[in-house]
Design a protein around this ligand. Structure first.
Ligand SMILES: [Zn+2]
Length: 129
């Protein structure tokens, strides 16, 4: 991977990071403790709790991506030469794949092995003849 390519992916990762930690997903507002509004707001508290529950379940998927984004950024900083290499086999991950998912950790081969069902061996097409 060239320096320019790495720089491009780094930008993408930083954008993703900003997106995941910032504007989306639904910002969780802290419960209001505004002194000028004490009293008369008894209905507000349960609503806040409900909104926080919704926000946190919506955030769960992006949390996983965020972890990977953070990991990828750490790798770029600490070990830039290994960035873009499959963590399983060490092959270089095609740039197109990195561009689509700059936080990706495995090449297509290793990813599909990992995604394969764990029970039993993979059937070959010939098994069905
Ligand atoms: Zn691999």
């Amino acid at each position: 991977m060239t320096q320019a390519q790495r720089e491009k992916l780094k930008q993408k990762l930083l954008e993703l990071h900003a997106e995941l930690t910032g504007k989306t997903p639904a910002k969780i507002e802290p419960n209001r403790t505004d002194e000028s509004r004490v009293g008369g707001d008894e209905d507000e508290q349960p609503l806040n709790e409900m909104l926080q529950t919704i926000a946190s379940s919506r955030n769960r998927n992006s949390d996983i991506v965020l972890q990977r984004v953070v990991k990828a950024l750490g790798k770029l900083r600490d070990d830039p030469d290994s960035f873009g290499e499959c963590e399983e086999c060490g092959d270089e991950i095609p740039f197109g794949r990195m561009e689509a998912m700059p936080y990706v950790e495995f090449c297509v081969n290793c990813q599909s092995k990992r995604d394969a069902p764990k029970s039993g061996r993979r059937r070959h097409l010939t098994d069905y003849k």
